[in-house]
Design a binder for this molecule. Structure first.
Ligand code: NAD
Ligand code: USQ
Length: 384
């Protein structure tokens, strides 16, 4: 299948490109290196020393014998997006090419507007280019579990049956995002639903939980490593805790630490996205998959990291610091997760086994984390 990966240079995009290519798909991709630039802007870097995309592709092609095509450009430029989609005629587009950080979007009005414009406009440009050139293409769009927020009821996969004043309907489940970033994903969702309705496009909107880990089977050479962030804006909870453990920094659950989210290992995110790509929806169909393995509170995660780091002789403490965000610290959380397992998804490892791979791998980059130790504690607040 011809698959185009928007955001090929990113944390998920690069390993997914190799994973899909290794399975025999014809892979092309797009990126404008925003992620590299904005991590630098906040004074941090990836724990792993990542190579330029050209070198990644060259090494991958050498070790695999496969070919990957890359286009450097900005998805918010409609002419560019139109051109690459017209040229490659993808059968599936995996759209990862957005700015993924909640804290970065909360810095100030410029950052909020940059994230909202980047994400919403880029997504719209893809929808229009699909309509114009490849109306049968499947848009596999990365949304987030954070679109739903933390309601005090179970969370279905996208839609729910409701009876109101004696009438029934199947409606999109309400969205209560918790940052300007998370809101962009809800805006994208509405735009995609509308495009599927008026143009008959097909799409899978992936409500993905927080991703963690670094190891995938295709990273057989150091040139092929993916990025791994640990700073306050781009490091996600569990990845931050692992990096903190490696340098002996206290683990930092925010506030009471009862914030509960779905988590998924990087390798299993690849597995799920591949299953979704290889099992497309019907023409005109908009469907939603909740993509995570298990739910944990941040306190639970910190305890798992303390235990597994301890097995390697690393002693770390947990420090529940003041929460920079406005969010529920104790809440009900029970999302459904049925559609991907029905397609065959099985988590590869337990959380502890995955941590047994992540922590030693990360220890190789201890010095790089140490150099940016001052980027760990949160300074960006939801309310100044
Ligand atoms: P990432 O920042 O590492 O990857 C996104 C890539 O898209 C980057 O390389 C960036 O340079 C590129 N990009 C951004 N805007 C672009 C534009 N206008 N034109 C071209 N390229 C652009 O992020 P990630 O962690 O790999 O996440 C990928 C997707 O998955 C994002 O949409 C994110 O919101 C979503 N997601 C991530 C997680 C997670 O925990 N990592 C969880 C749920 C959802
Ligand atoms: N948290 C801590 N301590 C930390 C870092 C985070 O307690 O040191 C808490 C946060 O307050 C939050 C939870 O951990 O309650 C998750 O935070 P996060 O930074 O790991 O995740 P989030 O901001 O939600 O964003 C990440 C990705 C984003 C994706 C989202 C999936 O950056 O792209 O959309 O996870 S989800 O959380 O399901 O919405």
């Amino acid at each position: 299948m011809r698959i185009m990966i928007m955001g090929m240079d990113g944390y998920l995009g690069w390993p997914l490109s190799m994973y899909l290519s290794a399975r025999g798909h014809e892979v092309s991709g797009v990126d404008n290196f925003t992620r590299r630039r904005i991590v630098k802007e906040i004074g941090s870097w990836s724990a792993t020393p990542i190579k330029p995309i050209e070198q990644r592709i060259k090494t991958y092609e050498k070790v695999s014998g496969k070919k990957v095509t890359f286009y450097s450009g900005d998805l918010t430029h409609s002419d560019f997006t139109d051109l690459v989609i017209k040229r490659e005629r993808p059968e599936t587009i995996v759209h990862l090419g957005e700015i993924p950080s909640a804290p970065y979007s909360m810095i100030d009005v410029e950052h909020c507007n940059f994230v909202q414009t980047n994400n919403v406009i880029g997504n719209n440009n893809i929808l229009f280019a699909m309509h114009n050139h490849v109306p049968g293409c499947h848009l596999l769009k990365l949304g987030t579990m954070g679109e739903y927020g933390t309601p005090n009821v179970d969370i279905p996969e996208g839609f729910f049956e409701i009876e109101y004043r004696g009438r029934k309907d199947r409606l999109p489940f309400p969205k209560q995002p918790g940052s300007w970033y998370h809101l962009t994903k809800a805006h994208d969702t509405n735009n995609i639903i509308f495009a599927c309705k008026i143009w008959g496009l097909r799409s899978t909107d992936i409500m993905q939980g927080v991703v963690h880990g670094i190891v995938t089977d295709d990273m057989v050479d150091d040139d092929l490593l993916t990025r791994y962030d640990f700073d306050e804006a781009f490091g996600t909870a569990l990845n931050r805790f692992c990096a903190q453990a490696v340098i002996g920094h206290e683990l930092t659950p925010y506030g009471k630490g009862g914030q509960t989210r779905g988590y998924i290992a990087l390798r299993d995110s690849m597995q799920c996205l591949t299953l979704a790509a290889e099992n497309p929806p019907d023409e005109g169909e908009y469907r939603v998959f909740n993509q995570f393995e298990e739910c944990y509170s941040v306190n639970d995660l910190a305890e798992h990291v303390v235990k597994i780091a301890g097995e390697s002789g690393i002693e770390v403490k947990i420090w529940n610091i003041e929460n920079p965000r406005i969010e529920a610290e104790e809440h009900y959380y029970n999302p459904d997760r049925e559609l991907l397992p029905k397609l065959g998804f099985r988590p590869t490892n337990t959380l502890d086994d995955e941590l047994r791979m992540t922590i030693p791998k990360l220890t190789q980059y201890k010095e790089r984390i140490e150099v940016k130790r001052d980027r760990i504690m949160p300074t960006i607040r939801w309310k100044n």
